[in-house]
Design a protein around this ligand. Structure first.
Ligand SMILES: C[S@@+](CC[C@H](N)C(=O)[O-])C[C@H]1O[C@@H](n2cnc3c(N)ncnc32)[C@H](O)[C@@H]1O
Length: 334
């Protein structure tokens, strides 16, 4: 089966690294920085469950790209001899080409809707719930695809400033979770990373934030009610309840220094943070994944390297439209 999935911008290489843990033998057909077309024998239920995916689709048909109206008529024709599985009584059609919703000629749209209606037995509706068929084109991909969007369970809303489920899951996957891990997020905020870490077994999952008492009042229910997460309200620059080398992996998102007042200038803050991480992380195998504002990434990498924590890979992403950088590394990369 061929699938098309969309994920947070800039995370293509992180997705490529971790997709094999979720679906069977994925083979990439096309990839860009926010989407992937791949073949896999896995069923769509497995694809829809990939936590870093924002939208996922089954590709029903494709044609070599040319004039969009002609292509859409070709896609409509390709439905003539096949039935379509249907998961809802009604459907609507969207056209998403080169990153934007577009319109096609009314006759073209009607031809596609008619063939989908015949092939699936579904009733066309202009808007609202039901099945969504998307005609999708990506700028560097030579095919225009007709896709069916997968319905997926709604995810809980996030607090303002919290990192999305999708990006949190990717950062956790990038940390190569191990069942024996003592996991720590020392700047845990609303708890996005400890929550995403709960999808994998661990020895301990520790949340820590110096503002715990205030933040606790607005925790999402899944964090507040968790029995797996241990909550601490420590200063990340000291982490006094951890002995030397007691932590296997840190995944965190320190204050960006853009909006919040830091007690120190950013370079000094990052230096103190790196010394603290160096003290608590396992001296042989400690790992980290750090999400920082893009402008602080070099400074953060230098501070970590000066404390025996090498950066193995760097990924440029967008967080709510703001340029950010993910640094993945640890003792072995030092
Ligand atoms: C960018 S936010 C983390 C957001 C979090 N990843 C989320 O998804 O909600 C940074 C957090 O660091 C906390 N913080 C700031 N300085 C700290 C310090 N010295 N020690 C521990 N936590 C600190 C802030 O209270 C804030 O919640």
């Amino acid at each position: 089966m061929r699938y098309f999935v969309q994920f947070p911008a800039g995370t293509g290489d992180l997705v490529a690294e971790s997709i094999g843990s979720y679906v069977d033998s994925p083979e990439t057909v096309y990839a860009d920085d926010s989407s992937l077309v791949f073949e896999s024998d896995s069923r769509y239920e497995q694809v829809v469950r990939m936590p870093f995916v924002k939208n996922s689709f089954t590709v029903i048909a494709d044609v070599v790209r040319g004039d969009v109206d002609r292509n859409v008529l070709e896609l409509a024709d390709s439905l003539r001899y096949d039935g379509l599985d249907s998961y809802a009584d009604s459907f609507r059609v969207m056209f998403h080409v080169d990153g934007a919703l577009i319109s096609v000629r009314p006759n073209t749209k009607r031809a596609l809707e008619t063939e989908i209606g015949y092939a699936s037995g579904q009733r066309m509706v202009g808007r609202g719930s039901g099945e969504e068929y998307w005609v999708v084109g990506r700028s560097d991909f030579e095919y225009l695809m007709l896709c069916r969007r997968h319905l997926r369970p709604k995810r809980a809303a996030k607090a303002a400033g919290a990192i999305s489920h999708e990006l949190s899951s990717l950062l956790i996957a990038a940390s190569k979770p191990h069942p024996d891990d003592v996991f720590l997020d020392p700047f845990a905020g609303s708890g996005s990373f400890p929550l995403a870490r709960m999808s994998f077994p661990a020895q301990r999952i520790v949340y820590s934030d110096s503002d715990l008492e205030r933040l606790r009042e607005e925790f999402p229910a899944s964090v507040r009610g968790s029995r797996e997460i241990e909550f601490l309200g420590e200063d990340a620059l000291a982490l006094s309840s951890f002995g030397e080398g007691a932590v296997d992996v840190i995944v965190t998102d320190p204050p960006w220094g853009e909006y919040e007042e830091l007690p120190l200038a950013l370079p000094e803050f990052l230096g103190a943070m790196a010394r603290s991480f160096d003290r608590v992380l396992d001296p042989r195998t400690g790992r980290f994944v750090l999400l920082v504002a893009r402008m602080a990434a070099e400074e953060a990498g230098r501070a970590l390297a000066a404390n025996g924590l090498g950066v193995g890979s760097v990924h440029e992403v967008l967080v709510n439209g703001h340029p950010a950088t993910v640094l993945v590394g640890g003792r072995e990369a030092a």
